[in-house]
Design a protein around this ligand. Structure first.
Ligand code: SF4
Length: 311
């Protein structure tokens, strides 16, 4: 069983994304209201080899050894802040050496970019996806609930310094929560910052699954549209072939279990992420529900049905 590799999941920002968890648990410098991985268990800024680079590469070799799929990206992320792993640099270099034709992406909450060593280690990545939800201090504290030693102005400066020395692509993410960080003040500050940073893309996103401290929320249509229009947000476009018939029942069960262990998903999302037939997914989910392996959690706003792992 692979403990640190999940997916590939279909990501609107990266296409099919093979996730790599560098933490092995909810270890993060933030404890965001909307975190789809649940509440942060260890809030820290201390870097450590939470999962060894050796183990990560070993699991990736195993995954590629038995998979016929080639993901669009290998993505370092997981239920926490990947830059907290002190072997980040070695892990990135090893992955790039072993799978040079697959772009490597790193998701980060940006909090460690004020550390020049972290910036150096990220240097070999192809894409870095930093997030910055608010440049208004009260909003930042409310939405991201950072470790007490983290300073917003250092994150902002860290992002600018990182961009200056980075040859890859930067996709900045801003997740909007209505009434919390969709203020005009934040909009103006982020627009100015966009001019300074000049990222390759800005992705304005919103919750699509239940979060650690809240049900799903939605930014009213025109509000969200204004942000997306002004920041010129574009979605990743790619069509994927279906190869459900190749997936045996036992593997499908295992894949579903591993995928929703990381984050709740609808049957449709699972079908896309695993390249499987929706009917096969629904059939398997019903079986797994009966055996108590999964359960349903409904999103409040759009009534979508998410499956979560039990136990
Ligand atoms: S959303 Fe990301 S940054 Fe926020 S608590 Fe979860 S893992 Fe950490």
């Amino acid at each position: 069983m692979l403990n640190n590799i999940f997916g590939p999941v279909l990501s609107s920002r990266l296409g099919s994304s093979l996730g790599v968890d560098l933490l092995g648990g909810n270890i993060c410098s933030f404890d965001c209201l909307y975190c789809e991985s649940g509440k942060t268990q260890i809030k820290t800024i201390h870097r450590s080899a939470y999962v060894s680079g050796e183990k990560i590469v070993e699991e990736l070799r195993e995954w590629f050894g038995r998979s016929t799929q080639k993901p669009d990206h290998i993505t370092l992320g997981g239920p926490g802040e990947p830059c907290l792993n002190s072997q980040l640099g070695e892990i990135i270099s090893s992955i790039k050496r072993s799978w040079p034709d697959i772009p490597l992406a790193v998701l980060t909450n940006s909090s460690l970019l004020s550390n020049s060593q972290v910036c150096k280690e990220l240097g070999n990545a192809d894409v870095v996806l930093p997030s910055l939800d608010s440049m208004v201090e009260e909003e930042f504290q409310r939405i991201n609930r950072p470790h007490p030693q983290i300073r917003l102005h250092e994150i902002v400066q860290g992002l600018l310094n990182f961009k200056n020395g980075f040859a890859g692509k930067i996709f900045l993410e801003v997740l909007l929560l209505p009434g919390i960080n969709d203020s005009d003040k934040n909009f103006e500050l982020l627009k100015e910052f966009q001019e300074q940073l000049r990222p390759d893309r800005v992705d304005i996103t919103m919750m699509s699954r239940p979060g650690a401290y809240m049900e799903m929320s939605a930014v009213a249509g025109p509000g969200l549209e204004k942000w997306r229009r002004e920041f010129k947000t574009t979605a990743f476009k790619r069509t994927r072939p279906e190869h459900s018939s190749q997936i045996q029942e036992t593997r499908l069960r295992e894949k579903i279990g591993a995928s929703i262990k990381r984050r709740p998903q609808t049957p449709e999302q699972l079908a896309s992420a695993l390249g499987a037939n929706l009917k096969a997914i629904l059939f398997m989910l019903r079986q797994m529900e009966q055996t108590g392996e999964v359960e349903l959690a409904s999103g409040k706003e759009n009534r979508q049905k998410f499956y979560i792992k039990r136990g």
